[in-house]
Design a binder for this molecule. Sequence first.
Ligand code: SF4
Ligand code: SF4
Length: 437
Amino acid sequence: MRSALNRRAFLQNAIRTPVGKMTMRPNAHGELVSLLAYGAMRLPTIDGNQAGLDWGGSPAPIDKPEVFAQVDWAIEHGVNLFDTSPCYCRGESEGMLGEALARHPRNKWYVSTKLSNFAPETQTAAASEKMYRTSLELLRTDHVDYYHLHAVGMGGFEAFKKRYLDNGMLDFCVKERAAGRIRNLGFSFHGERKVWDWLIERHEQYKWDFALIQLNYVDWRHGHALNERNQDAELLYGELVERNIPVFVMEPLQGGKLAKFDYGVAEKLAPLDPEATPAKWAMRFAGSPPKVLSVISGMTFREHLEENVTTFSPLKPVDDREKAALEAAAEELVSARVVPCTACQYCMPCPYGLDIPGILGVLNRALGEKRLPDPKSPDFEKQRRQFLLDYELSVPEPLRRADHCTGCNRCQPHCPQTIDIPREIQRVDGIVERLRI
Ligand code: SF4
Ligand code: SF4
């Protein structure tokens, strides 16, 4: 949340006026889709924060007038794709988005949602079908434009089999597509290569209309280096292009991490465009591969929406020099051993109450800003105080901090980034312990 707020403060003083029209790309059926998609995963709440998934985020109600205003502004400025899921914003995202979109003619927008049957009780055919029909109801539509098998690969092949094969839900979705109630069928992918291969090898059979992958200038060539169970985006993108499957992009800013002047980005990129923000660089990179149909970016604050719209109106693809500079920045991030946490909160709630993304965020900020306390550094005392202060402010409740981790490992299988969460939490605990002496 902190990085989103920092980006916001920065943008409040900037002028954002789209200079042209939104870049549009054709989908598998020749319909034009805006390169920027409005992601409704982290909608604004009335306390000025953002909502999380079924858990986490601000507990305050969603700021409905603000969501309506953002959706109106987005449509007015050429955005025509809106992405949601039954599990976003404590289950309120679909209803809120449905209400906002219903105020506009149906031919002005496309909606994308997902079969988010993560909980075992939602994995029977009856419960999963109910989830799908509820999505249609909440979105106030008789058809969904893009329907995802949500986060396939997370939990391995067994989870995929349970969620979509054993219960017949994949066949069900194919039938719904034939009936026209699903216009485009695809999947969002996280992690496990075996699941990816299964889906890709069956493209002839299922005729995927799209696939959603995590693509940003770090994951492009370093997704696997950051976590050996993840795949490089360049590789996944190449396999999709080979089969002519349109690509949707998620996490263009890696959960907000790339929206900050960290990891040496400023020094490497400023000579090329001193005015550009880190988020603009990251968004331009994500939108540049020509087979990317749309980049889904979670919107919370108006400033983010305005900046993203401006960046893509129209998109100026990154050139070879810019690409090389972004790759150099990515290498720096990878060598800093930053944890690839996107703050998505899928690992929450921790049964012992830990604030997992909050704890990992403290570590990442220290790594990114090159102030991880080093006893050999002349700045050690300053670094020490800064780290502990950030920890206390970011995770104010002592019971939610790293020293309460039992190592039970309940969180780990839920992480789409396949982070070894207990190990990283222990890493933070070790640092804090050493600093407190
Ligand atoms: S391993 Fe630690 S962080 Fe993960 S669920 Fe268990 S107590 Fe929570
Ligand atoms: S640790 Fe993994 S599941 Fe948890 S917030 Fe970070 S990326 Fe998401």
